[in-house]
Design a protein around this ligand. Structure first.
Ligand code: NAD
Length: 267
């Protein structure tokens, strides 16, 4: 036990965050650990997951990390066994890993479409499946699936991403109802972030050119946020705080719900 594990909003709980090597996943892993949880950090890029875990250990947090591709069922089976063997329980699972593609329907090939569906939808299905199986062996728990404001509101070039994220919303509601039938101590909810300042954007092809056109990176973020009523994108930590609420017992009566954190974008 480290010093923070006896107190905090998720004290004593065992958590798992997918796509924890970057952006929202990294911020969520840190936020959960800061509030007392032990956190498994996984990512398709094992090095990035490891880096987040090293950063957390430096703060005295209890963590483990391993490589996991959310689209691979075999890896989920092994991963859940690893977490349960290590910690004896799984109380919180954040299905955060996701990818985006900006492509018109006529220019998109089937492989691109399927890749987005595979990571964003298959990954959430598998995570929820093994999360529920793992949580049934313990004291129940909370699953948080990361959808998007794009799963709510259409945009040109976003057909694959938006469709996958809309799927996450309905899938999560079905999962919440199924879990409630057999194990009411398991809750499933979604978060719908609007624009968030993460590498999902800054690693896009064309980012450097847009930055040059805008002047500075700060100006580019401001330009991207023009249609957001609060006139800015979120910091990853702001999404992590919403996830923390759904992960904690503060939200014990919340299941099948959607929490929008988008600066008013979908309003
Ligand atoms: P990010 O690119 O910074 O991080 C995503 C992480 O997921 C990366 O570390 C990546 O390696 C990992 N990943 C990709 N494919 C994977 C796979 N098959 N298996 C396991 N890990 C994989 O992106 P982010 O902005 O932090 O996005 C996190 C989630 O939030 C995604 O589901 C995304 O769709 C969603 N989201 C992001 C925004 C935004 O504006 N950034 C808005 C709404 C929703």
């Amino acid at each position: 036990m480290t010093n923070n594990q006896n107190m905090g909003r998720v004290a004593g709980k065992a958590a798992w965050v997918t796509g924890g090597g970057s952006g929202i996943g990294r911020a969520t892993a840190i936020a959960l650990a800061a509030e007392g949880a032990r956190v498994a950090v996984t990512d398709i890029d094992g090095e990035k997951a490891h880096k987040t875990a090293v950063e957390m250990r430096k703060k005295g947090y209890s963590t483990l990390s391993f490589q996991l591709d959310v689209t691979d069922e075999n890896q989920w089976q092994k991963g859940i066994e690893l977490v349960l063997t290590e910690w004896g329980q799984l109380d919180i699972l954040v299905n955060n890993a996701g990818i985006s593609v900006a492509q018109s329907i006529t220019d998109m090939n089937l492989a691109q479409w399927r890749q987005v569906m595979s990571v964003n939808l298959d990954g959430v299905f598998l995570g929820t499946k093994y999360g529920i199986i793992g949580m049934k062996r313990g004291k129940g728990g909370s699953i948080i699936n990361v959808s998007s404001a794009s799963g709510f509101k259409a945009a040109p070039g976003a057909s694959a991403y938006s469709t996958s994220k809309a799927g996450v919303r309905l899938f999560s509601k079905c999962a919440a109802l199924e879990a409630a039938q057999t194990e009411p101590r398991i809750r499933v909810n979604t978060v719908l972030p609007g624009g968030v300042m993460t590498p999902m954007w800054s690693s896009m092809e064309g980012w450097e050119i847009w930055k040059e056109q805008a002047g500075t990176e700060a100006e580019l973020w401001n330009k991207l946020a023009e249609n957001t009523p609060l006139k800015r994108f979120a910091k990853p930590e702001e999404i992590a705080l919403a996830i923390l609420y759904l992960a904690s017992d503060e939200s014990q009566f919340v299941t099948g719900a959607e929490l929008v954190i988008d600066g008013g974008f979908t309003a």
